[in-house]
Ligand binder design. Sequence first.
Ligand SMILES: *Cc1c(COP(=O)(O)O)cnc(C)c1O
Length: 414
Amino acid sequence: MDPKKPSYVVRPPTAVLTRGFDPSLSVGSARPAVFRSSTYVFQTPEAAEHAFECALGRAHPAEGQRPDLIYARLSHPNAEIVEDQIVPLEPGAKAAAVFNSGMAAISTFFLASCPPGSTFVYTTPLYGGTHHLIHQFLAPLGVRGIPVRAGDTAALVAAIGAAERLRAVFLESPANPTLVMSDIAAAVKAARAREEPVLVAVDNTLLGPAFQHPLTLGADLVVYSATKYLGGFSDMLAGVVLGSSEEQIAELRGLRGILGNILQPDECWMLDGRLPTVHLRMNRQSKNAQRIVEALEGHPKIERIHYPMLFDDPEQVRIRDAQCDFPGALFSLVLRGGKAAAFDLLRNLHIAKNAVSLGGVESLACHPATTTHSEMSAEDLAASGVVDGLVRFSVGIEDYRDVLREIRAALDLC
Ligand SMILES: *Cc1c(COP(=O)(O)O)cnc(C)c1O
């Protein structure tokens, strides 16, 4: 510990600007520099030997010391800086590991925690890439996923209790694009009731880190596509896993070193610069979405709006109130006119661009049934509420009145 530094604990918005970066290691620069080097020079051959012993787990660095850097696929200064700075943003987190996409983070989590012959329980629907990973890659490897409909707490608890050789529970809450929520605390309780250790991981991309805190509800790991709100500008790909224990994260970093999917220095540096504003952006985006939804409620062309503020199912209201601080910036409109109306709406939007992805400062809209969710069977689409008339919006930081006006004008043409 640096004796000049205050010993009190600062709050997250302060910590994200002050932790993990020592200007004296970057010729005094006030913000982190980029270290693009692929390899690192050792002071002595003995230091090289010790660094490898640490990397292979045969030795540990002295108390308060970091192991020497070796090679950038294992770790590099910008990864260490962004990993340190993101930890205070996630309540309950002790450590983080960065990956070169959200899918890299999710794939590494499954490969690390579910050996062939094991099972995991997961909620449906979930992100299309994760769905593909589970069915096309993990299943042929002999890792069996047991699906549970999002929001069905009794089925979730029963599946976790009954699964054989269970190693993990993977929740995506709220579910995309209908925003149905799954009870994180109930999943944790069911996992802890098992004899063998079962990791509970939550894909927190849609509401975290600002509005939902799975680690405080007992989850072991939180997974992000940092391409979305953390990155915030739709101009980079990144993934992060944060954990309530150092050991879980160390294991993921070890596998990351072999798979070679660490986030590269330039992207780490970009992500690092986006972290201090993630709460500001998400709050503004959520408020904008809330105002747009309020204004569109009851519109004659709209059959239903999916948005946490408008939940009417008492179980969904209970979960929302227990685990979310704000409704977030994603909503879906179900149009009475089906697919034709949905396409007409998309065709007539100009501020909100027709693109997949979400979480950027610009508004986006898409038609999940024919794009992001098109790998799901017709039966699963219907059961998950991903109907032909559904258009998903990710609201940005524009003046909401402009986005609202153009949605209203486009609805007139549907
Ligand atoms: C986008 C997304 C992912 C995948 O992240 P990439 O960065 O695109 O690899 C995973 N989960 C959710 C919920 C997402 O929205």
